[in-house]
Design a protein around this ligand. Sequence first.
Ligand code: SF4
Length: 337
Amino acid sequence: MSAFMGLTFRQLQLRMKEEGLNPVHAPVVFRSLHRKAARMTNHGDRVDEWLARHPGVAPEVVRDIASGDQVTRKFLLRLEDGREVETVLMGYEGRYTACVSSQVGCAMGCVFCATGKMGFLRHLTAGEMVAQVHFLNEHLAANEKSPLRNVVMMGMGEPLHNFGPVMAALDVITDARGVGIAPTRVSISTVGHIPGIQKLAALKRKYSLAVSLHGASDEERGALIPVNKRWPIRQLLEACRSYSEVTGQKVLISWTLIAGANDSDDHATRLAELLRGMKVQVNLIPLNPTEDFEGRPPSDERTLEFQRILRESGGLPVTIRQRRGIDVGAGCGQLAG
Ligand code: SF4
């Protein structure tokens, strides 16, 4: 995967200048790198020669599994150093979403997550993240489907732990001169990395922010998310409040429902209390099973009751995430290569 894939437009201009090419050609080069159709055209000898020296190398597909309903497809991709990451394509006709990985493994160690069990191996470069998006768009084009509409940074890894490269990759992906995904169609999911939330707020991008809470007290949350010790609930919610103030946006609060652990009426009432007055939307995610974690999802009735309490006692907007790709291990917390 070419490192050039991960250069923002501005970085590309600088790089071209350094390599003796007039940056006036940067729009054409950027389009060539990020739009397959533009790659075919003749840009003039110097630009074509430069592009030939910096080819985009497609990642090698190690495994490709479609879910039973064909709505979700999980690809295991091999990187240049032999490490492997998973990337997931979700959706129906015309509304395809890429779930992009930002790291090989993850340092956060959430107990219910297969990626967390791998430990942290390395950050992905911006180019390796952009390459996942290109790969999925090319897969869609080869199957005569419409291109990606949404990108969610919810694959392997904690994206805000790899802040600079993730932001560069998103700058590239949302640049209208290239892939052109609308910034409002990008979501970043974090376990609650407070410094990253603060840095993201300062950038004032239009991306959605999803924060995993999963527990209504530090003790309960810490049992599922070890980094709660470092970034406890009160401070985390304070960071979410500031994020909303600075950006004017709602924060999506993710709550993985685990039967018997955090799905009772009492949990729902305490969660509603914690979020009172905040500009949030809650997304309930019935647990996706993984091999090393014994927890189970609650029944549909329990999930609906949890939702009802949050709505009625907290006045909160609450959605329940559709469970997709669970049969092929492509759901949240199931990616592990
Ligand atoms: S849930 Fe996210 S942050 Fe937690 S271990 Fe898994 S990949 Fe890392």
